[in-house]
Every structure is written in C-alpha cells, then in structure tokens.
Design a protein around this ligand. Structure first.
Ligand code: NAP
Length: 290
C-alpha cells in the first residue's frame, strides 16, 4: 500500500504533524522516516510503520521513502548552511529514485522577499532544487515558530521590567508549531495542493513594543521595550550571560526585523486550517497560566 511518509517525525513539529494526520487518515496509511527507530516506538504502537532514514546516510533515504504517495520533508535542524543544503538535495534525489508522487517541504516564510538570510538562503536553495527536480511539490513556507519568542526568556523580561533589542518598531510574524502542523496534515490528507506555495504565516504581525504591552497585561507588572544600537544591545546580552555566537545571531535577527523583512502577513494558513492561528497574546497568556 502506498503511504504518506513523514521525516523528522521524532521532532517537535513532526510529532504534531503525525498527531493531526492520525485524525484524518488511518494509521496504516502513514509511515515515519527516522534516524532513531527506538525513539519512534510510540508510532509503531499506534500502528504507524517506522522506517530507518538518516540524512547523513543518503542510501537509507531511498528505502525509507519507497512507494510514498506523499512525502513530508521536514527541513534539517540548525547546522552549517552548506551541510543542510546538501542533506536536502540528497533527500530530494532519494525521493526521485524512490518514485515519490508528491513531495511537501517545510520552507521559511517570505524567503522570496529576503526573509532572514541565515535561514532563508538554505530554504531558497532547497526550493530551487525542488523546482529543478521535476517532482510534484507543495512548499509550506513556515513562519518563525512563536515558541522561539514565547519561552522562559519572557520571565526574565517580566523580572527586569525591560526588553532590550535593536529591532526598533519592526514587525515580526510568528505562528505556533501546532498550527503549522495542522496545516501540513491538512495538505497531506487533502487533494489539489500540487505545485502550490503556501505562506504559513499569520495575518497579524507584532513588534517588541506590543510584546512589552502584552507582557505587562498578562503579568500585571510594567514591562517596557528599549530599542538600542546593535553594539549596545549586543553588549547588554553578552554581559547578561548570553553566549556570544547566539547574541550575534539575535542581533542579525533584530536587524532583519527592523528592516521590515520579517513582517510579511498572509491568510494562507488561516485558509488551510479554517480558523485564525493562535495569536502571540494567546500563546503568552497560556504560557504564564499553565
Ligand atoms: N520556523 C522556525 O522558527 C524554525 C525554528 C527552528 C527550526 N526550524 C526548522 O524546522 C524543523 C523542524 O522543527 P522542530 O522544532 O521539529 O525541530 P526538532 O525538534 O529539532 O526536530 C528535528 C527533527 O529532525 C530529525 N533529524 C535530525 N538530524 C537528522 C538526520 N541526520 N537524519 C534524519 N533525521 C534527523 C530529528 O531526529 P532526532 O529526534 O533523532 O533528533 C528530529 O526528528 C527544524 O529541523 C528546522 O529546519 C524552524
């Protein structure tokens, strides 16, 4: 029987995709391609076929993708950009050899509009490879995960009463993984999505002034946003213990936000999942009340 095959299924996004897909198709129509088969035992318990597929072992991928009616290629985790591109190209070649009918790839929102190049370049290169491959594809351009911004760091903003950035009033578009996973499962279980590019972003964007206001409302403590120069913001982060490499990455992101590259809105996600995605205010409220 041909299957819907999901890579990265042991990861945070992949697990949610499988969860949503199980509500739409029977377990025996789903297979996962994972590098650690033991870690995927809960899928086997649910009746899902578990296949070994490691991006670092390209020969394993052709077998893992064999007979897939649809393959969800979840992009590889943070690594050297060239290494990531090579892994994606290997996976695309394996999909072709395996006769995959339709490949879905998790790209990055607004890559064609210059969104955050340290991440965007990898996804642009992968999108080009997919176009050149001749495969039938759907590109799921995922916005920044809301969880990248809604996490333990919020408590330190509440404790200090200040969010320091160099992002100015620039806007950013974020979406919870769960909403992105629902959209992916909807496309995997549905028809008519071939050769489409979906911008899986929110129709609403936010900036750090608004984030500070939401934090004040939710925590009951006054939190303000101070936008400084890059060098001042970098110094503050490093002095407060943020590792230097990550601090530089953060400044690059603030620059991209300030330049307006991260604030592109779209209704594609809302249209696919049939409701508004979870807002940043809802995520923060949930985070502080859980
Ligand atoms: N839009 C955003 O804001 C954003 C943020 C972060 C990441 N991302 C991208 O979205 C992807 C999914 O996000 P996530 O939160 O689910 O990441 P995650 O939790 O780190 O999951 C990554 C998945 O990739 C698998 N993997 C890693 N190396 C592999 C290899 N060599 N061969 C086969 N599988 C391998 C992992 O397997 P194991 O369980 O065995 O480790 C895991 O299943 C990330 O990989 C990254 O490309 C997007």
């Amino acid at each position: 029987m041909s299957k819907i095959v999901i890579t990265g299924a042991t990861g945070e996004l992949g697990q949610l995709v499988v969860q949503h897909l199980l509500e739409k198709v029977p377990a025996n129509q789903i297979a996962v391609s994972v590098r650690n088969v033991e870690k995927a035992s809960k899928f086997a318990d649910q009746g899902i076929e578990v296949r070994y597929g490691d991006y670092d072992d390209p020969s394993s991928l052709e077998k893992a993708f064999a007979g897939a009616s649809k393959l969800l290629l979840i992009s590889t985790p943070q690594d050297d950009s060239v290494v990531r591109i090579r892994k994606h190209v290997d996976a695309i070649e394996a999909a072709k050899k395996a006769g995959v009918k339709h490949l879905l790839y998790t790209s990055f929102a607004a890559v064609d509009k210059g969104a955050f190049p340290p991440l965007g370049d990898v996804h642009s290169a992968t999108e080009y490879t997919l176009r050149a491959s001749g495969l039938s594809t759907t590109i799921l351009r995922n916005a920044f995960y809301q969880e990248v911004f809604v996490n333990e760091s919020l408590q330190s903003f509440v404790d200090s009463g200040v969010i320091v950035t160099s992002a100015g009033k620039g806007k950013v578009n974020t979406v919870e993984r769960n909403d992105l996973a629902l959209a992916a499962a909807t496309v995997l279980a549905g028809e008519g999505h071939e050769d489409k590019v979906y911008e899986l972003a929110s129709s609403e964007t936010w900036n750090y002034d608004e984030l500070a206001n939401i934090l004040s409302d939710v925590s009951g403590k006054n939190v303000t946003h101070q936008s400084m120069s890059d060098s001042e913001a970098l110094e503050r982060m490093v002095n407060s213990g943020v590792p230097e490499g990550f601090a530089h990455f953060q400044i690059a992101l603030y620059n991209s936000i300030a330049d307006g590259n991260e604030g592109n809105a779209s209704s594609d996600l809302e249209d696919l999942i049939g409701r508004k995605p979870t807002s940043i205010r809802e995520s923060i409220t949930h985070f502080f009340n859980k």
